[in-house]
Structure formats: C-alpha cells, structure tokens
Design a protein around this ligand. Structure first.
Ligand SMILES: Cc1cc2nc3c(=O)[nH]c(=O)nc-3n(C[C@H](O)[C@H](O)[C@H](O)COP(=O)(O)OP(=O)(O)OC[C@H]3O[C@@H](n4cnc5c(N)ncnc54)[C@H](O)[C@@H]3O)c2cc1C
Ligand code: SF4
Length: 328
C-alpha cells in the first residue's frame, strides 16, 4: 500500500487549488473505479481530493436542454422524470450499466473518466502501453476477445467501457469544465481519444481540470430510441457491443437518426456515415440491412475478437428495429 493524503473540499476553487499544490493528485467521486486501480497498483496518487461535497449534483432542464452536474449519481439520473421523458436514450444506457449497487455510487464525471477494462492494463505483471508507455501491448497477440474493432493500432486496442457515454455521444452532448486556466466547453465526441501515439491518454481533460457539467441539447428523440447491449451475462457485465439508436420518424420515413456504439473502440464510436445514409429513407428491411453493412465498414479484428464484426452489424440492425418499435 502506498501512502496518500486525503482531503475534502466543498468548492470548485478549493478542489482546483488543492490539485495545483500537488500535481500527482486525483479527484475522487464515487471511487468505484479509482479505488480498484489504486488497490492493484495501476495508479498511485499522492493526494486524493474528495469532490463529493461540491455543488455539482443537480439536473436542471429548460426548453433548450438539460444540464447534469458531474456529481449526479448514475442511478438518480436514470430515474429522473425529465430525463426519462425527454432524453430516454440516456436513461436506458445508464440502466444497462454495472449493477444497482455500483450505479448508486457512480457519478456522471467518474463514469466518463473510468478507465478501460483490458485485463492486461489491470495486471501489472504484463506489458501495457497505456499503463506504462513504451512497454508494448499484451492484448495485440493475447486474449483480445473484448477489444476494439475500430480505431485501434499496434500501440493499443483497448475499448472505453462506459454505457452512459455511448448515449451522450449520440445525443450531441457538450461537456463544461473548470480548470486552472478558466472554464471551457467541448463537444462530447471530442472528449475521448483514439490511442494514436499516446495510448496512455484516454481523453482530452487537461491536467488539474474538473468536469463540471454535461449539457444535452433538446432533441426530438423522445419515442423511437433503443440502447441494445450485448454482453456475456444479463447483468453486471461490460458490453461486447452496445448500440444507442435514436430515430426521428415521419410516418414510415426516417427524418433523422443518431447512432453510436460502445465496446468497439477506444472512445464511444459515433456512426455519422450511417446516420447520413438513413436520413430520408423509408424504414424497411433493405434500409436496415444496408445500415448494418455500412456500420462495420473499416472494422478490423485481432483474432479472438473477430466475432465482434458480425455481432456489431447484427446489433445495429436489431437496435434500429427496436427503436422503430419504441421497445427501448
Ligand atoms: C464490477 C464493475 C462493473 C461495471 N460495469 C459497468 C458497465 O457495465 N457499464 C458502465 O458504463 N460502467 C461499468 N462500471 C464502471 C462504473 O460505471 C464506473 O466505475 C463509475 O461510473 C465511475 O464513477 P465514480 O464516480 O465511482 O468514479 P471514481 O472511481 O471516483 O473516479 C474515476 C475517475 O474519474 C475521475 N473523476 C471523477 N469525477 C471527476 C470530475 N468531476 N472531473 C474530473 N475527473 C473526475 C477520478 O479522478 C478518477 O480518475 C463497472 C464497474 C465495476 C467495478
Ligand atoms: S490494449 Fe491497451 S490497455 Fe490493453 S494491453 Fe494493450 S496497451 Fe494496454
């Protein structure tokens, strides 16, 4: 066990100041990922800054959208009346994540920042470029059944494990940050990164910056939505593939669609090309088959995860059918 300092603060300024005094600090929210990483020796912060008393728990809606605090608890967002009425895709994705106990602790900000579940990343006896840059990727020729089929490279083929983030990517959410250099915002789809040359970096959060809120603009996707998660067990398991699908229908014609996938890339994987293809099409079996084929364009398997390519295509097709039927 490596010793660390623990402090609690009730203001954003207090949290940012505490971080700047000890750069090897970590904010801690629900602790459901960070504590595991510390226990396994994957990360060893000198200082834990407990942010749970910060005023960032609210869910505030108006005509232009909904703003969710980074410390809002996953289970509370999932049952919020306004979220279920106006942003049901987010509620469905949250309910598909982890277990009830975990959702009662997990926060929105922590969920975005959770690290990959690649088993070589958690096992410090194996080389891993994400944990220790330059040591190699054990998954590339190892047991890579859960790994990426899009956007990976020889440096890293890990996937981002969140369900919530897949819905937020599909819904054009924006993230609002506070940091040592002031406040800024970023489109949600620009937050998580592909491994590129820096697989150790999961996202574009700057050092010492705090996720403050998520803003989801009002949208017409209130009825025809689906979050379909394919996993090894019915509960308490990460996605092999998940699809967030939202349709805006005019009779049997698709006015517009939103699609994103989880479990397939280092970041939530938005399917903009498929969305463009679907816009203006009649909803019929030919349209759905073509969407399923287009969804796997450029996919690449690494051996044990080859099965995911066909699974991804089928999951996209089924999610679109579920969304059309309003099955959730
Ligand atoms: C057994 C198990 C199964 C799981 N299954 C799923 C699943 O199926 N789907 C799914 O989506 N997730 C799953 N999870 C992951 C779970 O959702 C995350 O652990 C949780 O969302 C993390 O939130 P937290 O508040 O506990 O974060 P913490 O553990 O407190 O923090 C995680 C990271 O976020 C940083 N952080 C937290 N808040 C902020 C902030 N406001 N600004 C900047 N940085 C911040 C921390 O510094 C830390 O680096 C599972 C976890 C476990 C243990
Ligand atoms: S896939 Fe990424 S996280 Fe997993 S071993 Fe390779 S470098 Fe590490």
């Amino acid at each position: 066990m490596t010793n660390f300092e623990y402090i609690r603060t009730a203001s954003i300024k207090g949290a940012l100041d505490a971080f700047s005094r000890t750069p090897n600090s970590s904010f801690i929210a629900g602790g459901t990922n960070l504590i595991d990483l510390m226990k396994r020796g994957v990360t060893s912060p000198q200082r834990l800054i407990d942010i749970n008393s910060l005023p960032l728990k609210s869910i505030e809606a108006n005509n232009s959208g909904v703003r969710i605090g980074a410390l809002a608890i996953n289970s509370e967002v999932a049952i919020d009346k306004n979220i279920n009425q106006n942003y049901p895709l987010l509620a469905l994705a949250l309910k598909a994540g982890a277990s009830a106990q975990l959702r009662n602790m997990a926060t929105v900000g922590g969920n975005m920042m959770q690290r990959t579940r690649c088993s070589y990343f958690y096992d410090t006896t194996f080389p891993c470029n994400k944990r220790q840059p330059g040591t190699g990727c054990s998954a590339l020729k190892g047991y890579n059944r859960m790994h990426a089929i899009f956007g990976g490279n020889e440096k890293c083929i890990a996937v981002h494990p969140s369900d919530m983030c897949v819905a937020l990517a599909a819904l054009d959410a924006r993230i609002e940050f506070s940091g040592p250099d002031g406040d800024r915002t970023l489109p949600f789809t620009d937050f998580h990164r592909l491994p590129g040359e820096t697989p150790e970096r999961d996202n574009n959060l700057k050092k010492g910056e705090l996720i403050r809120t998520i803003f989801i603009p009002a949208n017409p996707f209130t009825k025809n939505v689906s979050y379909l998660k394919i996993r090894d067990r019915a509960s308490y398991a990460f996605a092999l593939v998940s699809v967030a699908a939202a349709l805006d229908m005019n009779g049997n014609k698709i006015k517009q669609a939103r699609l994103a996938m989880g479990g397939v890339a280092h970041k939530p994987w938005r399917l903009t090309e498929v969305e463009k293809f679907l816009a203006g099409k009649e909803f019929n079996s030919e349209t759905i088959r073509n969407a399923g084929t287009l969804a796997i364009k450029g996919a690449k398997g690494y051996g044990f995860n080859d099965f995911k390519i066909k699974l991804t295509s089928s999951t996209v097709m089924q999610a679109l059918v579920n969304a059309h039927e309003g099955k959730g």
